[in-house]
Ligand binder design. Structure first.
Ligand code: 13P
Length: 255
């Protein structure tokens, strides 16, 4: 089953709009049986969306959480609180947070805390730029390796990797990566996961692609790119386009 995750980032700014986007996605997931949908809104809206979720098959996740369950950490989000209000997932190590100074060491501590609180971690990795010598492969391997430090191996079912090449993210990105860029990097990520978890487990961990995914290029990443799912930014705020992506993923059951 393909995994489709919407990362709303710091959008929208009004609860009314958040509810309206979410209700649109709720309509979009009707009849979907073979795609798992997770929406990660700003933390302030998590409870609101959980309250209106009703029976819709959408999981709700956070976009960041602390390395501690409680503490004097002004402005941080507790992973325990996230889990207690009903979130099931949390995105960690997103490039936009790494750009604010988050290190691999901090990411790994947050990962461990999230797992301790029974959240599923969507761990983001990705290179800033590509060079002709392929140094970016090492960059991603290193990032993954260090961000997973201390990850309890028996909790592998709570791990999802999202490959997000930084150069392909956001409105200013010149282009999305290609399905073959995605496939190539998945192979490398799978190899790193094999080193850590062993082959059998490594092949069960979903590897998603994220970075300027839209309703036109989604199929290519899932099919030729062999991605196990997608981490969608901007377009996940557009219920119609996001629902199209969800349905594309759902159709893979027929293949
Ligand atoms: P965009 O889809 O807006 O490029 O964002 C990708 C992303 O960062 C998702 O986490």
């Amino acid at each position: 089953m393909k995994l489709i995750i919407g990362n709303w980032k710091m959008f929208p700014s009004s609860p009314k709009e958040a509810k309206s986007i979410f209700n649109g996605i709720k309509k979009g997931v009707r009849g979907v049986t073979h795609a798992k949908v997770i929406v990660c809104p700003p933390a302030l809206f998590i409870s609101t969306l959980i309250a209106i979720k009703a029976k819709a098959k959408i999981s709700i996740g956070g976009q960041n959480s602390s390395f501690e369950d409680e503490g004097a950490h002004t402005g941080e989000t507790s992973p325990r609180a996230l889990a207690l209000i009903g979130a099931t997932h949390v995105i960690l190590g997103h490039s936009e947070r790494r750009a604010m100074g988050e290190t691999n060491k901090e990411v790994s501590a947050k990962v461990v805390a999230a797992i301790r609180n029974k959240l599923t971690v969507v761990l983001c990795v990705g290179e800033k730029a590509r060079d002709e010598h392929g140094a970016y492969f090492n960059e991603v391997a290193m990032q993954l390796h260090s961000s997973l430090e201390g990850f309890p191996k028996n909790e592998f079912k709570r791990l999802v990797i999202a490959y997000e090449p930084i150069w392909a993210i956001g409105a200013k990105a010149k282009r999305a990566a290609t399905p073959s860029d995605c496939r190539e990097m998945s192979i490398l990520i799978r190899r790193e996961l094999t080193e850590y978890f062993g082959k059998k487990v490594a092949f069960t961990i979903p590897i998603l692609y994220g970075g300027s995914v839209d309703d036109r290029n989604a199929e290519g990443f899932l099919k030729e790119g062999e991605a196990d799912g997608l981490l969608v930014g901007r377009i996940s705020l557009d219920p119609e386009k996001f629902s199209t992506i969800i349905h594309i993923a759902n159709n893979f059951r027929k293949l």
